[in-house]
Design a binder for this molecule. Structure first.
Ligand code: URA
Length: 209
């Protein structure tokens, strides 16, 4: 069973509530997403490998610890995942970025791949897959399946919102992939939307509706 990390920090919950409001403008939705992405990155990087480096403070030399950011890859599931990247990269600027283009067939709700571009040497990297909404789970499951072909060292999945159906589907398909989310909402509706949710994340990020 995938481990689900519910990021229940007051700052995360506060910002998520503001994002859910239907009157939130595109501008404020994006800004809040950016801030939330930074906070989620704080949690998802909690156990990343560190290396020791020799530095000198103004007073003396010391051995200190740093993250090797280049070993991390943030993989955005297009298009809504892109909205999370800026915030993540502002706290881990050395991370590499991959993109997976998947669209949801409106009739079957299954994921269809149209784009896949990853950095080199994926087998030496730790991957964090990002998509704001883990709804049916179809896109996330397909993305992780594709990434596993490249044998990365580890894979984690980060979203803002999910629902019991999304968690169950992801867990069944990829029990080894931990899920980081700010909330698990009540349910998935018949159109594949999370309820109460926040609507269509892509449309709200890009102002396309
Ligand atoms: N994708 C979204 O953007 N919103 C949902 O509620 C479900 C999937």
């Amino acid at each position: 069973m995938s481990k689900v990390h519910l990021v229940d920090h007051p700052l995360v919950q506060h910002k998520l509530t503001l994002m859910r409001k239907k009157e939130a403008s595109t501008n404020s939705f994006r800004r809040l997403l950016n801030e939330l992405a930074m906070l989620m990155t704080y949690e998802v990087t909690r156990d990343v490998p560190m290396q020791e480096v020799q530095i000198e403070t103004p007073l003396e030399p010391m051995t200190a610890r740093m993250i090797d950011g280049k070993k991390l890859v943030f993989v955005s599931i297009l298009r809504a995942g892109t909205g999370i990247l800026d915030g993540m990269l502002s706290v881990v600027p050395g991370a590499r970025v991959g993109h997976i283009g998947l669209y949801r067939d409106p009739k079957t709700l299954t994921a269809v791949e149209y784009y896949f571009k990853m950095p080199q040497d994926m087998n030496e990297r730790d991957v964090v897959v990002v998509d704001p909404m883990l709804a049916t789970g179809n896109s996330a499951i397909a993305a992780v399946e594709r990434l596993k072909e490249l044998r990365p060292k580890s894979i984690k999945f980060v979203c803002l919102l999910t629902c019991p159906e999304g968690v169950a589907a992801m867990t069944a398909a990829h029990p080894d992939v931990p899920i980081y989310t700010a909330a698990i909402d009540r349910e998935l509706d018949e159109h594949g939307y999370i309820r109460p949710g926040l609507g269509d994340a892509g449309d709200r990020i890009f102002g396309t509706k």
